[in-house]
Design a protein around this ligand. Structure first.
Ligand SMILES: CC(C)(COP(=O)(O)OP(=O)(O)OC[C@H]1O[C@@H](n2cnc3c(N)ncnc32)[C@H](O)[C@@H]1OP(=O)(O)O)[C@@H](O)C(=O)NCCC(=O)NCCS
Length: 177
C-alpha cells in the first residue's frame, strides 16, 4: 500500500464531501469532533461547513492540513497546527495534531501509526519541539494508540465533550520530539 499526502483542497466539492462523510459517520462522529450538548451533537457536518472553516486563516505558527491517500485514493485526514489557542501547553513551538482514518476498514492495520509518524516529522521540520493532543476519555482506542506511540497524559479537562447523554473529560497527552 503506497501512502501519499497532498494539501486538503477546500475549493474541491469532492474533498469537502469526503470530510463530511468521515466526520458524520456514526462510528466516528463522537471520537473526532467535540460537541458541548445534545443539540450540538445532533447537527450534521456539511460540505459547506468544511469549505468555510477550511479556508479561514489559522492563528499561530506553521500548520498543514493533509489528505492522506492510499494507492491514490483518499482515506483520511492528517493535520497539525503550531502554537494554536486550543493548546494548553503554552511553551512556544508546540504542535497540535489530529488524524482520522476515514475508511474504518483500514483501521488497525498500521495506517494511523504511519500517518502519525509523518505528522511528527512534518511538525518537527517546521520547528515544533513537542506535540500535544486531545483525546476524549471514552476514545479508548485512540488513548491506547497514542500511548503506544510515546504520548503521555498530563492533564484532564473536565466536562468538555458531550456524548451518550453526558459530558466527558478531554484528556491531554504530550510527546517531546
Ligand atoms: C485512532 C486511529 C487514528 C488509529 O489508527 P489505526 O490505523 O487504527 O491505528 P494502528 O493500526 O496504527 O494501531 C496502532 C496501535 O494502536 C492501538 N490501537 C489502535 N486501535 C485500537 C483499538 N481499536 N483497540 C485497542 N488498541 C488500538 C494498538 O496498540 C495498535 O497496535 P496493534 O494493532 O499492533 O495492537 C483510528 O482508529 C481513527 O481514525 N479513529 C477515529 C478518529 C480518532 O479517534 N482520532 C484520534 C483523535 S485525534
Amino acid at each position: 500500500m503506497t501512502i501519499t499526502y497532498r494539501d486538503m483542497d477546500y475549493q474541491s466539492p469532492a474533498d469537502c464531501a469526503l470530510l463530511a462523510d468521515w466526520y458524520n459517520a456514526p462510528s466516528t462522529k463522537h471520537l473526532y469532533s467535540r460537541f458541548t450538548n445534545a443539540e450540538d451533537f445532533a447537527r450534521s457536518f456539511t460540505p459547506a461547513y468544511f469549505k468555510r472553516v477550511g479556508e479561514a486563516p489559522k492563528p499561530g505558527g506553521p500548520s498543514r492540513d493533509l489528505m492522506v491517500l492510499s494507492n491514490g485514493t483518499p482515506i483520511g485526514q492528517a493535520k497539525f497546527e503550531t502554537d494554536t489557542p486550543k493548546l494548553i501547553t503554552k511553551a512556544a513551538n508546540t504542535a497540535w495534531i489530529a488524524l482520522i482514518v476515514g475508511d474504518h476498514r483500514l483501521r488497525r492495520s498500521g495506517m494511523g501509526t504511519r500517518i502519525t509518524k509523518h505528522l511528527e516529522q512534518q511538525a518537527a521540520k517546521s520547528g515544533a519541539q513537542r506535540i500535544e493532543i486531545g483525546v476524549f476519555e471514552y476514545n479508548h482506542r485512540a488513548l491506547s494508540f497514542f500511548t503506544g506511540l510515546g504520548y503521555e497524559e498530563f492533564k484532564r479537562l473536565p466536562d468538555r465533550a458531550w456524548w451518550d447523554d453526558r459530558l466527558w473529560h478531554d484528556v491531554r497527552l504530550r510527546k517531546t520530539l
